[in-house]
Design a protein around this ligand. Structure first.
Ligand code: ADP
Length: 375
């Protein structure tokens, strides 16, 4: 809002809104015109049919083939019949057509598997395999194409590449949050499309780039990830590991401090929120942990510490780390280099340095940045 006011961009937005409103008006007019002409045509046909039937009936009365009483009886039943048909076709079928899309979505939603079922991947995963997997966001072009690789149990995988190369989307596909539009993602050989989503959730934890800031207490902000046996440590321990110090000044009511001013609580900095998101991610007991670089608002020293915390928490687990920091990627078993939605190369740091020009360039740019900074 401050930027909008300072740059005085209000006029631009109003102009854009007027343009969109105008285009929307034109489209509405076009659709309504079509509907109106269809309605008028149907009404004229209806009237013509009605007039023809009455004409035939009158002709029959005048020629003496039917009595006036029979005319009256047929006329009355005809009117009732037409009224009912009008209601059936015009209203009921109209409503059905209007609601069809909504009903289809509702049924698809209700029929989704929610309860664990036998053979649906309830056991711990040993292997996640992406086979010719592709993904497009609704109405968009393919964001991921032909992704083929396997993550073995307890393997650490780093995903690196430019912004927009599809790293976050790939992490969501691995987590089963999105189903691939092409190919498949399999847990122990079973496609995520056939797996029970609840089971996938139980096995995985993640720290996202756009994590939630719950307007709840500090304790609830961590505990929300897992209850009881689903937690692998205490709330305080998770917070300590993520580098949160529970001082009286910052958290006057200790774990019960509410993290929002509106409800009488405190305001936290971006960096503190990120630490809480990491605490939430490592708090949950899981076999697979995903980190999608949530460290934008902290300084490099803190970032280094947080990554160490995360790696510590990932010990003995399968980990997928989306990162720009090649130093972190180096600590992983395999690095996937993404470019324009495709895998450019997969290998360990040394292999990639040797054979992947793009990776080598990325490494040299980062290494020279550090040299310049320290030199
Ligand atoms: P990265 O993590 O490498 O920056 P993303 O996976 O976030 O890449 O994005 C890949 C592409 O998908 C980008 O072109 C981005 O604009 C597009 N994209 C990401 N999220 C959405 C979304 N929710 N809806 C439509 N397009 C999206």
């Amino acid at each position: 809002m401050k930027e909008t006011r300072l740059l005085n961009t209000v006029g631009i937005f109003i102009e854009k809104w007027r343009g969109v409103r105008g285009r929307r008006g034109q489209l509405t007019l076009k659709v309504e015109k079509r509907a109106y002409f269809a309605e008028i045509t149907a009404l004229l046909l209806h009237l013509a049919g009605y007039a023809a039937v009455i004409g035939i009936l009158l002709a029959s009365v005048f020629s003496g083939r039917i009595a006036v009483s029979a005319f009256a009886a047929v006329f009355a039943s005809l009117s009732a019949l037409i009224q009912q048909m009008d209601e059936l076709i015009g209203e009921r079928f109209g409503e059905l057509a209007e609601n069809y899309a909504g009903i289809r979505n509702y049924r698809a939603f209700m029929e989704r598997k929610t309860a664990p079922q036998e053979g649906d991947g309830g056991e711990e995963h040993h292997e996640i395999r992406l086979h010719k997997a592709g993904f497009s966001y609704p109405g968009g072009e393919a964001v991921l194409k032909d992704i083929d690789f396997t993550i073995k149990e307890r393997e650490w995988i780093a995903v690196v590449g430019e912004n927009g190369s599809g790293k976050t989307t790939l992490a969501r596909l691995i987590l089963g949050l999105y189903l691939p539009s092409e190919g498949e993602v399999c847990y122990n050989g079973i496609s995520t499309a056939g797996l029970c989503y609840g089971r996938l959730q139980e096995q995985a934890s993640a720290v996202f780039q756009n994590f939630r800031k719950y307007k709840l207490s500090l304790q609830e902000n961590v505990e929300i990830a897992a209850k009881g046996p689903a937690a692998q440590m205490g709330v305080e321990e998770a917070l300590n590991q993520a580098g949160i110090t529970l001082s009286k000044e910052v958290f006057p009511e200790h774990l019960n401090t509410v993290l929002v001013k509106e409800f009488g609580g405190v305001d936290l900095s971006g960096g503190q929120w990120q630490r809480i998101a990491i605490a939430r991610g490592i708090y949950k007991r899981c076999g697979l942990i995903v980190l999608d670089e949530p460290t934008a608002a902290i300084d490099p020293m803190q970032e280094h510490e947080l990554y160490q915390t995360f790696l510590e928490a990932a010990k003995g687990k399968t980990a997928v780390i989306v990162t720009h920091r090649l130093g972190l990627a180096r600590a992983c078993d395999k690095i996937i280099v993404m470019q324009e939605g495709q895998i450019l190369d997969v290998g360990c740091h040394e292999e990639l340095l040797e054979r992947c020009d793009y990776y080598r360039r990325l490494w040299e740019v980062q290494a020279s940045g550090y040299l310049t900074a320290s030199g």
